[in-house]
Write a protein that binds this ligand. Structure first.
Ligand SMILES: [Zn+2]
Length: 242
């Protein structure tokens, strides 16, 4: 284990800060003769990095990653599982999850869940579709954008389950912001529109009053990096960033 500090560079409104952090991590890799693949975990504390008091982050990649910041602090829990929306049970007695339980969110949304939905739908779907059992998630998104009925069903289902899970999070922790990143940008409006519509139906109105949604795109906002770092690492994004 290693712990170190770097100078907080506030020049240009902190624009160089994330670059300096990445550089310092790379230097640590050299110092310890390890690569990003050997890393078990990393945490970054940066003054002013996240200005929202309470935020929920979710990234959709192969699976679903997430994190909670409450009153400015990242919530870990004694076993480090706090904020793991991916293994919240969304469908009781639903699809078997890799965690050994049934009905976890990640079996219904993101790449893993969408491909599973595709295979389920294909068993009974008789209309023509460009999709087949080995289609990639990007094919599903593209087909949905082109209006393919099967793809639209799959993406709508994912939006429904994610909305359901997010509405429960918001009802429970009453965050000021939900930041959604990852593969969601490939789905675009086809996922976001039904997601927000379902969310509005599910969420407790009182908890929704001060909430805003933000859709993160790579490189657009250094402010989200600190807290999404842990999430990205779990989804394997970390290697690409370094
Ligand atoms: Zn699970």
């Amino acid at each position: 284990m290693d712990k170190w500090k770097i100078e907080t560079d506030i020049e240009d409104n902190g624009r160089h800060l994330s670059g300096h952090i990445i550089k310092s991590i790379k230097e640590r890799f050299v110092k310890h003769s390890i690569s990003a693949g050997n890393l078990t975990g990393i945490g970054i504390g940066v003054p002013g990095f996240v200005d929202e008091a309470s935020t929920f982050f979710v990234t959709l990649g192969t699976g679903v990653g997430s994190g909670i910041i409450v009153n400015g602090d990242l919530v870990n829990g004694p076993n480090g599982t706090a904020g793991e929306i991916d293994h919240t049970i969304t469908v009781p007695h639903g699809r078997l999850c890799t965690c050994g339980r049934e009905g976890c969110l990640e079996e219904y949304v993101a790449a893993k869940g969408l491909r599973r939905s595709l295979r389920d739908y294909l068993r009974n779907f008789r209309d023509s579709s460009p999709l087949h059992k080995d289609s990639e998630v990007i094919d599903i998104y593209e087909a949905a954008k082109a209006g393919d009925a099967l793809a639209v069903h799959i993406v709508n289902d994912a939006a429904y389950y994610l909305a359901y899970a997010l509405a429960n999070v918001v009802t429970l922790i009453n965050p000021e912001k939900i930041i959604i990143g990852g593969g969601v940008s490939a789905a675009g409006e086809k996922l976001l529109r039904p997601l927000v519509a379902h969310f509005k139906r599910f969420v407790l109105k009182e908890a929704d009053k001060s909430l805003s949604f933000e859709f993160a795109r790579p490189g657009n906002d250094a402010g989200i990096y600190g807290a999404t770092w842990l999430v990205m690492k779990r989804l394997g994004y970390f290697q690409n960033m370094l």
